[in-house]
Design a protein around this ligand. Sequence first.
Ligand SMILES: N[C@@H](CCC(=O)N[C@@H](CS)C(=O)NCC(=O)O)C(=O)O
Length: 206
Amino acid sequence: MKIYDVANFPNPLRVRIALAEKNATSHVTFIPVDLMNGEHRTDAFLAKNPAASVPVLELEDGTFISECTAITEYIDQHFSGPSLTGETAKERAIINMQQKRAESMVLDCVAAYFHHATDGLGPALETYQNNEWGQKQKEKSLNGLAYFNTVLSSSTFLAGETFTIADITLYAGIGFAGFAQIEIPAELTHVHRWLTLVAERPSVKQ
Ligand SMILES: N[C@@H](CCC(=O)N[C@@H](CS)C(=O)NCC(=O)O)C(=O)O
């Protein structure tokens, strides 16, 4: 299988961590996308992913799968190893809920702040910016982090005692926040404890 992405970008990182958790990185050929020069907005790329974003997974039969959550579902089912998306109905529902919260309350808000209230990817790619909305999203991301601090005060990971796709999403969101110079408040001690724990995982170090 192939993955079209840009190494070290926040969303590609989510899938790369998932692959490493499943010990499956060597089964994938990574194809770099020249995002900074707009390759993701060409007709050829839009045929793979109409949302003009990376990563995109291409299966052996030519099927294209985009959205980190969908790609991670595929990876999780396709490769053996501890589940990232849950086994039982209850586990799957809770993991899905926390993943969506990590995405909508932190990662997506940080991305909106980056694209709207900073130089983002530069003038050629940031064709519409709304600074006020971007600033609001930064505030929202900090509220999201405060929520996760409460969650992490009573559990090791976001969806309980095992590392899941929800943790991957929040980790990518916090990494993106660092890049966008959003400081994680020191008083969010449970988030900081969790960050240290996640950063030590071989999949993340890799
Ligand atoms: N919801 C998408 C988000 C993907 C995304 O936004 N990727 C960024 C890179 S981290 C991108 O391709 N941005 C292109 C742009 O902003 O033009 C997913 O889960 O894959």
